[in-house]
Ligand binder design. Structure first.
Ligand SMILES: [Zn+2]
Length: 470
């Protein structure tokens, strides 16, 4: 019991009985790599449905019960098993290897159920996209990228280049929303107007209905300058006949539960920022962070990234931040207002999960931002070999900036970046795959699932947690 209880309070640890089961497999066969075993343990710890993993747990539990009769500590359990059960261990170990490994590889992601908050960072290799399923089933798509660069400097298209990223995203969303007879995106949301965030939204809209679009430009699309170019023309054409709104910073009544809001009063989407207008943290008031445009030369105006929209999603004690490509680490001699993260961090406060701003580029995640949000989990949406910057990763892992544990997950780390950054990169909990944060009903705890992104199997590669919301 004590072991189980501690497991619930300490992120990323495994139960003793699973560890013992894995140890047994390891001792008897010495075939599996340590990483494979850890993945198995993580799957088993979540008790996903599936006979083979139940086998593993049953076997481990039986061994513990038997060993407890003759030993009082783990080392003695181990010794006892080694001496007493060697032939039996070999036989059962072989059986488990046959049953458990294919079993683990075939666990499909358990479907969403009412009361649960799911947040999928979808990896197409071509930019950002996140599908959110709120506790009442309301769905939201944050960005639908179709941009970036191709290998070797950029990540490869996932699952493949056979379809456009927007179509892959729509197919992913339809699968995850299969609990609805007619899956629909209730809110389409573009953090800003760069291809790696907006390029695929029209393709998504071709393959599934989007009820409402929210962006930073509607209806004039002229801040800080007239927004032009083929992608904008295509997007604005796509909006014809759609319900569209501009994000209203400070408000918590623009993005709402559309199906059963009364049932989940502790759920909220708070609009934090857009176009440099930033929530103060008090009621719905905002401040203008950028100077008036009339005081700036054309080449000094806010960049597209600085204008990124940001929101905080809360469910009880659980909080999640996502802020597009906003910068926070200024170039030397750049004006202070070029740092958007600092005023945003002041109003957002601590969160459980933070999606990295600007893919973890070197101009992002300043120390103040990190110490104010102090996430337990970071998600890095990667499409280039400079995602994340080495200094950024050092700051993220710094326990001087903020104390306590933290886990980092990336959608698809490039080998080039691993080679450059070195050992620090080995601390990542996952470097490839869709990243799903699943928040339990009420928001007190959550887990992180890594799904295979090489095909549309939605197989679970690993499960991390449970984490406790603070
Ligand atoms: Zn971007």
């Amino acid at each position: 019991m004590a072991e189980q209880h501690r497991h619930k309070l300490t992120p990323g640890t495994k139960t003793a009985r699973v560890t013992l089961g894995l140890m047994l497999l390891h001792c008897s066969l010495k075939v599996l790599t340590r990483e494979q075993l850890e993945k198995l343990g993580e799957n088993a710890a979540y008790s996903i449905q599936g006979g083979s993993l139940r086998w593993l747990i049953w076997f481990s539990r039986t061994q513990i019960q038997r060993s407890r009769a003759t030993a009082s500590c783990r080392s003695r359990i181990r010794t006892g098993l080694e001496l007493k059960w060697a032939p039996m261990r070999m036989l059962v170990g072989l059986l488990l290897l046959v049953l458990a490994i294919p079993g683990a590889a075939q666990q499909s992601f358990p479907p969403w159920t009412p009361g649960t908050l799911d947040m999928h960072q979808i990896n197409t290799g071509r930019g950002n996209s996140a599908l959110l399923i709120f506790p009442d089933g309301t769905s939201m798509l944050i960005d639908a990228g179709d941009g970036g660069v191709l290998p070797p400097r950029g990540t490869a298209p996932r699952p493949s280049a056979d379809r456009k990223p927007g179509e892959w995203i729509a197919r992913y969303a339809r699968h995850m929303l299969a609990h609805d007879a007619k899956p629909v995106i209730d809110y389409g949301y573009l953090t800003h107007f760069h291809d790696d965030h907006m390029g695929g939204i029209t393709d998504v809209g071709r393959h599934m209905p989007i009820r409402m679009m929210i962006d930073r430009g509607w209806p004039t699309y002229d801040y800080p300058d007239k927004l032009e170019g083929p992608a904008m023309v295509k997007y604005q054409h796509f909006l014809e006949g759609l319900q569209v709104e501009r994000l209203k910073p400070g408000r918590n009544d623009q993005i709402v539960l559309r199906r059963d809001a009364k049932k989940y009063p502790n759920f909220e989407v708070r609009n934090i920022a857009a176009n440099g207008e930033i929530w103060t943290g008090v009621t719905t008031t905002t401040r203008e962070h950028f100077p008036p445009l009339k005081d700036l030369q054309p080449n000094e105006r806010p960049t597209e990234n600085m204008c990124s929209m940001a929101i905080r999603i809360s469910y009880g004690k659980f909080d999640y931040f996502t802020g597009g490509d906003m910068p926070g680490a200024r170039r030397e001699n750049a004006p202070l207002w070029n740092d958007v993260e600092t005023p945003v961090a002041q109003s957002v406060g601590p969160v459980e999960v933070s999606v990295l701003n600007h893919h973890g580029n070197r101009d992002s995640q300043n120390a103040f931002f990190l110490s104010a949000l102090r996430p337990q989990v970071f998600i890095i949406p990667v499409w280039s070999s400079n995602h994340p910057g080495e200094d950024v990763l050092h700051r993220m892992y710094s326990t001087q900036i903020y104390p306590g544990p933290r886990d980092v997950f990336a959608t698809g780390m490039l080998e080039a970046n691993r080679l450059v950054i070195g050992a620090l990169m080995d601390r990542l909990k996952s470097a490839q795959g869709h990243i799903v944060v699943r928040v339990d009903p009420g928001g007190d705890s959550f887990r992180v699932f890594i799904l295979d992104d090489s095909a549309e199997t939605f197989h679970v590669k690993a499960v991390h947690g449970p984490y406790r919301s603070r």
